[in-house]
Structure formats: structure tokens, C-alpha cells
Design a protein around this ligand. Sequence first.
Ligand SMILES: C[S@@+](CC[C@H](N)C(=O)[O-])C[C@H]1O[C@@H](n2cnc3c(N)ncnc32)[C@H](O)[C@@H]1O
Length: 241
Amino acid sequence: MLEERFDQAEAESRGLAGLLEGRGFGGGAAVLDLNCRIGRHAIHLARLGYRVVGVDMSPRYIQRAGQLAIEHGVAGDSEFLVADARKVGEALSGRKFDAVINMFTSLGYYDEETDSSILRQCLTLTRSRGIFVLETGFRDAIIRHFQPSGVARPRDFLLLEERKIDLETSRSEADWTFLEKAGDGYRLRAQIHLSHRLYALHELIALFEEAGWRYLTAYRDFELREPSTDGNRLIVVCEAP
Ligand SMILES: C[S@@+](CC[C@H](N)C(=O)[O-])C[C@H]1O[C@@H](n2cnc3c(N)ncnc32)[C@H](O)[C@@H]1O
């Protein structure tokens, strides 16, 4: 599933580069991809000339990101490290970036205090006037278009998703069941529970500002259209004072 999404990230990364350039950060700028998974945005940004550092807590994803960087000829412009976002300030202590990106709903797995701490630590790693680009699911739109279940068919699997939104906590609680093809049928391969905080735009602005960032603007997508509940993604851009 992740490998399939690697190519999709190319267009998003071009959009990201446009957004960064618009803020004065062209090729050569230093970018931190926080919770980078297999490095799909980091690698495409490195191909566009950015110097990138990707961090993720999963050693397996980081190892794959390193392989993909070699395959795409950007091993010299990219670095991938295993680190916990909750301790990213310590893990990258002394380093400074022009921009931090956090893509594909990678904030909200913990409580708000922890999210705020992650944003505060990122600020210590960002140069003055540097920016944070957060791309995430947009609570208002997700609620508007809510689907309690879904089915996907990655390769030889059936993925069944059952979703709930806890309105008291504004958390999405989802159960994912992976069934793997076996003969004429399927066998149960894995079940996971995913819980994350869904944020509205005003809540994200408050979260960033409380952590010391200055809110600049928000978009619906990398074509830089204004936020709307028609699509269920949200991009928030903040600046380091
Ligand atoms: C929804 S994925 C998004 C990944 C990537 N940005 C992308 O667009 O493909 C969330 C990622 O956050 C990572 N993650 C979750 N908690 C983390 C933490 N505390 N520290 C570092 N990475 C974490 C997961 O391993 C996963 O790769």
C-alpha cells in the first residue's frame, strides 16, 4: 500500500516545492520530513534539489526510505533517521531547518499536550522565518462525508475498515482487518486499531500558536485552493517567529 502511494507523492511534492518557493525556500533549502514513513515526499523533494532529513519511529520504514533514496539517486541529498517525534528536539539537537513538513495525517496519534510538545520541539529546529507545512485530514469535512465502513484491495489482501468518531474527544477510532487471499477464500492476517485526534482548522491554529508558531494560511490541496469541506484534506502553513 505504501509503495503504491510512493508515485502519488511526486505531484504532491511538486506542489510542496511550489509552496516552499513561494515562501522564499527554493532548491538547496533544508527540509525536515517529520514522520516520513518510506520517505515518499522527502525523496521527491530531494530530487527537486532540497536537502532533506526524514525521521520516523519505524526502523523498517527508515531502512526502506534509505533504499529508495539510493534507487532514485538522492542518497547524497537525503538522510533518514529512526527517531520518536515526541523527542525530535533531542534527536536532532543542534540542527536547523528552513522547513518542517508533516504529511498525510501524521499528527494526532497522542493527546493534545503531546502534539503541542512536538510542534514546540520542531520550532527549536527551525530557523527564524522558516515554515511548518502540515497536511492532514480535515475534521469538518470528514464529519460531513463520514463513511462508517470501507473496503480496499491492496494486492492479495482485502482490507476492511470500520470507523467511528467519538464526538466527545473528536478522535477517529478505526479498526482495520487485513484478510489475505488463501485458495478460494481469505484468511485473517492482522487486525489493528487506529486512534487519532481529528482537528478543525481553528483548533490547529490554536495548537500551533500555543506552541510558539505564527499561523500564515491554510489550503485545501497543493493546488493551493482555499480550505473547503468539499475535500477532506487540509494544509496548514505556519511560520517561525
Ligand atoms: C499516516 S503515516 C504518514 C507517513 C508519511 N508522512 C507519508 O505521507 O507517507 C504516519 C507515520 O507516523 C509514524 N509515527 C507515528 N508515531 C510516531 C512517533 N511518535 N515518532 C515518529 N514517527 C511516528 C508512523 O510510523 C508512520 O510512518
